[in-house]
Design a protein around this ligand. Sequence first.
Ligand code: HPA
Length: 269
Amino acid sequence: MLEKIIETTEFLKAKGIIDPDAGIILGTGLGELTTKIDNRIEIDYKDIPNFPLSTVEGHAGKLIYGEFGGKKIVAMKGRFHYYEGYGQEQVALPVRVLKYLGIKCLFLSNAAGGVNPAFQIGDIMVITDHINLLPNPLIGPNDDRIGVRFPDMGEVYDKYLVNKALRIAEEYNIRIHKGVYLSTSGPTFETPAEYRYFRIIGADAVGMSTTPEVIIARHMNLACFAVSVITDLGVEGKIEYTTHESVQNEAAKTEARMTTIMTEMISSL
Ligand code: HPA
């Protein structure tokens, strides 16, 4: 694994991706943020050695490097989900490469179903903790050069960054929540009973991504900050027919607010 990580990292450095301050992994319908990256270098995943290919509509499959919020960032437009059939190594490699490129913080966004009854469609939730119901991406032999066998998960989401996001939201008058994100494999959306169950066990929002990447990042001690856009509600009486398109549409409506938060967060690093 390490050999592949280094090979991919060296390839990207040779393409001009040098010393990024932060990495961003963008969720469903949230890729527009990348249009705000200046002096960019774009590389299709298919041209990057060892990178898996993104198969989902709304996930473009491009690595974009450049200036954003006055900092150098590298953004993954398109991510790799378990429901696509990827294994642990494939999900882990891009995140590890971001770390080996030199990022100090990893920012992630996703679209999620709200199970907290106080949530409304279009709300933004800063993730303060998670429940990972996907296979743990660290199962298998551990490479001690990358991280420890048994990583602590006591504070996965950087408190300083969470508080900063809340202050930014207040300043810009953006409705925001804090909450626990629960990940399931998908690709099915939940039954009403599953939504109810996830609420009972402590979730505020549910989705199909983010926790694998965050676990891989924390294994390497990388600071993480993640936000969910609530695109549908898994709350009794408010459950509506959900499609990938409705999720994409609702996520797209929050793009401006998400971009504001991310720009301010990154410029203050
Ligand atoms: N469940 C799972 N994943 C999702 C949802 C949901 O309701 N909405 C967007 N992604």
